[in-house]
Write a protein that binds this ligand. Sequence first.
Ligand code: NIG
Ligand code: FE
Length: 417
Amino acid sequence: MRSEGSMLLIKHAAEIVTSTGTTARKGTDMNRLERIIDGALLAKDGIVEWVGKTAELPEISRENLTIIDASGCSVIPGFVDSHTHFVFGGYRPEEFFWRLSGTPYLEILERGGGILNTVKATQSMDYDAMFESASRRLDDMLLMGVTTVEGKSGYGLDFDTELMQLKVMGKLNAVHTVEVVPTFMGAHAIPPKYHGRGDDYVTFIVEELLPAVVEQSIAEFCDVFCEKGVFSVDQTRKILQAAGDLGLKRKIHADEIVSFGGAELAAELGAVSADHLLQASDKGIADMAARDVVATVLPITAFCLKEKYARARWIIDNGGALALATDYNPGSCFSHSIPMLIALAAIQLTLSPAEILTALTLNGAAAVGRADRIGTLEPGKQADILILKYPSYLFLSYHAGMNIVDRVIKKGQVVVD
Ligand code: NIG
Ligand code: FE
């Protein structure tokens, strides 16, 4: 007889569908899901205890037990959005239309707009305004089933604002339902003060910003925008080597606009993930697969920039571990829409429903260093669970562009009803 603590029982789910394991799934293995018809799940104190068929449920005490009858619904793990820039000030709607009429993304940045526009607005924000706006964005993400999100600094580019962005994420992690993984991305653009002196800015990051970030324990990852005209491969290597020496895990914005060697560098350094990859070379992708670097593909950004999509199908077919994320930010991709991400992944990237689910759960968790704790529905994992409105997870792709998340459970508690 099981008892004590707060218990959650979900029963009669039309299906429970999940990846399994504690590391990213690679290649065709991304299709291997567990699919339990008329499924049940038992969680205790926020941790999954048992998953199986409703008919085989173990006997349980009714004390402190919340029961959900999920008849007609499917059940999957919470989504992990492993790449966003959700802490920012101001918006850039005019740039969206400039780009649509042909001005390239990097040209806007070179003219002092783009990321630098958001930097100005973010630097002029106070802590409370930054916290409140970011918190509201997390509320919206939760409604689409995001139970864990990675967020980057990189709209401060000065000592105080970079640290403030990370502290806001730390506070949100403590008080908001959505778990937040903070990434330091001081190397997001060269600030105007360092114009023409990129190496000096790199020195400032390595000698002043990184040590402060690590000393205050306010970031888990370090990321760099490795791109032509932004940070070179050598500058990226220098920053990420310093970050690794200080104990931070590494990510790279790699080969987004130009084929630049970012994927190769991610493999060389053993980064946790390399992201974007629109122009990644065959060798870069193969190196990443060989070194277990998660390939994080961000199709909403490619869609909004009218760029060609990253070769997600090719990455999986060549043994890579693929994650999908939104890249939510006020510039290249002002969208955190999980339904849109799934629609693009299904229709444009030609990923299977199983690959999409794995990419948004287990592999997303691996991309934020949490595959041992979240991303699947198995005993011992955190009970972060979505109940979908339809009887099969296939509706995630089939009901194109629609949010079919009905209820969200975080750490065993119903948080969206
Ligand atoms: O991932 N490419 C660099 N950083 C973001 C865009 C940031 C912005 O435009 O504000 C990205 O696309
Ligand atoms: Fe990004």
